[in-house]
Write a protein that binds this ligand. Structure first.
Ligand SMILES: Cc1ncc(COP(=O)(O)O)c(C=O)c1O
Length: 483
């Protein structure tokens, strides 16, 4: 039998892509119907062999049959995010439209940060950023495709993930506090006031931009790890008495472990009064801004100077896509002050280049992931998703809290919920989570809140119902009584 090798031409693309789409559709169907384990894990080396990686890397020759075998093994050993009992991390269960955007990118592959290297993708990025800015109140034209200057419009850019978005915001805050830092390095009198429980990308960013982790001043949080804004005044006074300056104040909107929002309005007020840069880490929680019902959770966000917002969390896009948004348009341009002559040439050109405003050099058409999702669902569809997942998480709280064997430490504000099997200590909670994960029927996570270990749900799958949570509680009780 002649072997059909995959060549990089249109005919083969059609044949292999059609097969891939057929297999992906089956994978999606089985996952959504919950007919496969959410996750099964085999030892890494065994998996490498099952995937036939050595042979394929050395010899190539992927034909249709081999591709099918490979994909089957790949799917079986993947985290089945579309399974309704995937209730794990804060990564979206993507809308298929967003996946199609990735498929288009897989062929077109435009590194659109230079306009001439991807005009459509560049226009889409600016347009979806304007849509996001409008939700914060930092965009005032009627059409999102209006790229003209407006005195009250902010600015923003998409990055490969929220960690990079946080770092970009920190660079902009540094440029505002110490404009010569780009040239001379970070001064050693800058500090950042951040809640004790900031996402670790904040501490990393502070180190990466040369301030050192030592410059983080932790602002106390309450027992639910929500920042206590009244602690800011004394922190500021102490910083000043030590001859230091505050580069920025950071708030969670919302916190990673609990999904609870810091009091953004109060913190924003404090920052305005004291003329301090205010950054809101809205990687997960900023999506509440698209809902009239839920946007009060971010009340006062317009007082911020910068904010980040991951679309690959609650806006149903594939990984990775995040936005860093600024109230003042010049902040973004000040963040990076470097010129590369081969790109930043002074010439008359059509469109706009995003390159001077981002960490990445080559960047994928990230905005297309969000655009396709919006184009499929409309803003209303995405809003319904966010509101629906927030609402059902609150019902899950009531269900779990009413159960005699479980307790929840708080009423959820977002779609993240911590809970505990009351008869077990911390070590056993973790063992429970691991045992449940190993079984493969459910995928859940675990988190510490104020030093206490909890089981944790992120209700990000559109198919997860209260019925699934009832089954989960049954499985946990059975596991606990028969470890
Ligand atoms: C509050 C917060 N900030 C930042 C991040 C980092 O985002 P990313 O994983 O997109 O880099 C996360 C990730 O979960 C987060 O929860």
């Amino acid at each position: 039998m002649p072997v059909l090798l995959m060549k990089s031409n249109a005919k083969d693309y059609h044949k292999f892509a059609t097969k891939t789409v057929e297999l992906l559709s089956q994978y999606l169907k089985k996952s959504q119907e919950g007919k496969v384990p959410v996750l099964q894990q085999m030892p890494a080396q065994k998996l490498g062999e099952a995937l036939n990686l050595n042979q394929l890397i050395k010899k190539g020759g992927l034909d249709l049959a081999q591709m099918q075998t490979f994909l089957q093994t790949y799917f079986e050993n993947s985290q089945h995010m579309h399974h309704p009992q995937y209730i794990g991390h804060q990564v979206s269960v993507p809308h298929v439209a967003s996946g199609l955007a990735d498929m288009v990118h897989g062929v077109v592959n435009n590194p659109m940060a230079i306009y001439e290297m991807g005009p459509s993708a560049a226009v889409i990025e600016r347009t979806v950023v304007n849509w996001m800015l409008s939700k914060v109140g930092w965009f005032h034209w009627e059409k999102y495709t209006n790229f003209e200057h407006h005195p009250e419009n902010g600015s923003g850019i998409l990055t490969h993930g929220g960690s990079l978005a946080n770092m970009t915001a920190m660079l902009a805050a540094r440029a505002a506090a110490a404009p010569d830092a780009w040239e001379n390095g970070a001064p050693d009198d800058l500090v950042v006031l951040a809640p004790e429980v900031s996402h670790y990308s904040i501490a990393r960013s502070i180190s990466m931009i040369g301030l050192g982790k030592k410059s983080i001043v932790s602002i106390p949080v309450n027992e639910l790890e929500v920042m206590q804004p009244e602690a800011l005044q004394s922190a500021l006074e102490k910083v000043k008495s030590e001859g230091k300056r505050v580069m920025c104040v950071i708030a969670n909107g919302c916190a990673t472990a609990t999904g609870l929002y810091d009091p953004i309005d109060e913190i924003g007020h404090f920052c305005e009064e004291n003329n301090l840069w205010f950054h809101v880490d809205g990687a997960h929680g900023a999506s509440a801004l698209i809902s009239e019902k839920e946007k009060h959770l971010l009340k006062g966000v317009r007082r911020a100077d910068s904010m980040i917002w991951d679309t690959h969390k609650m806006l149903r896009t594939t990984t990775l896509c995040a936005a860093v948004l600024f109230k003042n348009p010049t902040c973004l341009s000040n963040a990076f002050q470097q010129k590369g002559s081969y790109i930043f040439h002074e010439k008359e050109q059509v469109g706009f280049d995003l390159l001077p405003y981002q960490v990445e050099c080559t960047k994928a058409g990230l905005g297309t992931k969000l655009f396709w999702t919006l184009a499929a669902e409309g803003e209303q569809g995405v809003r319904d998703f966010v509101e629906g997942r927030y609402a059902i998480t609150r019902q899950m709280h009531d269900l779990i809290d009413a159960h005699p064997d479980f307790e929840c430490p708080y009423f959820p504000e977002a779609n993240i919920l911590c809970f505990r099997y009351i008869h077990f200590d911390d070590a056993k909670q973790l063992a429970l989570r691991n045992a449940i994960t190993k079984k493969g029927n459910f995928y859940i996570t675990s988190a510490e809140v104020s030093g206490v270990r909890y089981l944790r749900l992120t209700v990000i799958n559109p198919l997860t119902t209260l019925g699934h949570i009832e089954k989960l509680l049954e499985e946990i009780v059975a596991q606990a009584s028969n470890p």
